[in-house]
Design a protein around this ligand. Structure first.
Ligand code: GDP
Ligand code: CA
Length: 320
């Protein structure tokens, strides 16, 4: 099946890895670039790198970022120089990735071309596509700080503690990349990964052209809830949802995404523990099924992916 997935970093990568491991689908992963930032003169793309490292099997899953077994010699040296934003730790191998990316961007290559080059090192079995080739960073407006800060600063430096008044997606004219647009248009199934709705999925939806591409694509759109039993499984996504007044529940996020038409979803996959919310979700006009969604082993990630693909197939058959 030709599948396009819309995803953030680590949570999204658990799912995309399971989907890739099924082995028989043509996969385009459209990845959030709202987290991207300039750090120490290098262009850092956290969600793209989380996806690339996870799919390549070289990510540090304990720490949740960077390369497994990486050293910190350069970061330590930069500390000695008292240089740059040292609240953002960069591993040595990670820095090599950022050097390649930054050099290629400076040569005038697009982020899509650069990502393709970086990913060609491994046989990832998917096409990793930055959602945009334009600068579309997420900033956070917090009344307790002096002016808006970059999402990374709020998330990493301040641990998402200062209460956000709003999230500022700064797409300006930033648009969905041509490759991502084609992936959506040609897909037989579009999947919204169980990623942070506010700071991983919303920045993609905010790009010029995304909403239209999704509304007009012939494929069914199936999302997977990142909220299980009223909690996020990792990270501080609950803070983001609460800040914009969305209930931290599977049904809350379904309502926020909305039913296809004005909203996004044809179907919303929730965890078995949230089966009680299915009637509420159906009342929103969104098809919903409960299943096991906790991907704490590669086998469980594959099982979830297989369930979602099979559901997508059924929905596609109904459309024809
Ligand atoms: P980030 O960009 O690295 O923060 O990662 P994402 O935005 O892609 O994913 C973060 C979200 O993934 C969190 O809200 C988690 O609740 C969710 N998540 C992580 N692991 C799982 C899992 O095994 N199952 C489900 N359903 N959600 C998960
Ligand atoms: Ca992210």
């Amino acid at each position: 099946m030709r599948i396009a997935v819309i995803a953030g970093g680590v949570g999204g990568a658990r799912f995309t890895t399971g989907l890739r491991d099924l082995g028989d689908h043509d996969l385009s992963i459209i990845v959030n670039v709202g987290d991207d930032a300039w750090m120490d003169g290098m262009r850092v793309c956290p969600d793209l790198d989380s996806q690339m490292y996870a799919l390549a099997g070289v990510h540090d899953s304990d720490r949740g970022w960077g390369r497994r077994g990486d050293s910190m010699r350069i970061d330590t040296e930069l500390r000695e120089w008292d240089f740059g934003a040292r609240w953002f730790t960069l591993g040595d191998l990670d820095i090599a990735t950022h050097i390649v990316r930054t050099a290629m961007l400076r040569e005038g290559k697009s982020l899509t071309e650069v990502t393709d080059r970086l990913c060609s090192r491994w046989d990832l079995g998917v096409r990793l596509l930055p959602a945009s080739d334009d600068c579309a960073e997420t900033w956070v407006d917090c009344p307790d700080l002096d002016g808006p800060v970059h999402f990374q600063e709020w998330w990493v430096r301040y641990r998402a503690c200062p209460r956000p008044a709003s999230f500022l997606f700064r797409p300006g004219d930033a648009e969905l990349s041509g490759a991502a647009r084609r992936a959506v248009a040609q897909a037989e199934l579009v999947i919204v990964a169980p990623s942070n709705p506010v700071v991983s999925i919303d920045p993609i939806l905010a790009l010029r052209g995304t909403r239209e591409a999704l509304a007009t694509c012939p494929a069914p759109i199936v999302g997977i809830s990142p909220i299980v039993g009223g909690r996020v499984l990792r990270g501080m996504g609950d803070v983001c949802l609460s800040a914009i007044g969305v209930a931290v529940s599977a049904a809350g996020v379904a309502e926020y995404y909305g039913a296809r038409g004005n909203g996004l979803l044809d179907s919303w996959v929730v965890d078995d523990v949230d089966a009680g919310e299915v009637p509420e979700i159906k009342a929103l006009g969104i098809h919903s099924v409960p299943t096991m969604t906790v991907m704490d082993t590669p086998e469980r990630a594959r099982r979830l992916a297989a369930t979602v693909v099979s559901l997508g197939r059924d929905l596609l058959a109904c459309r024809h």
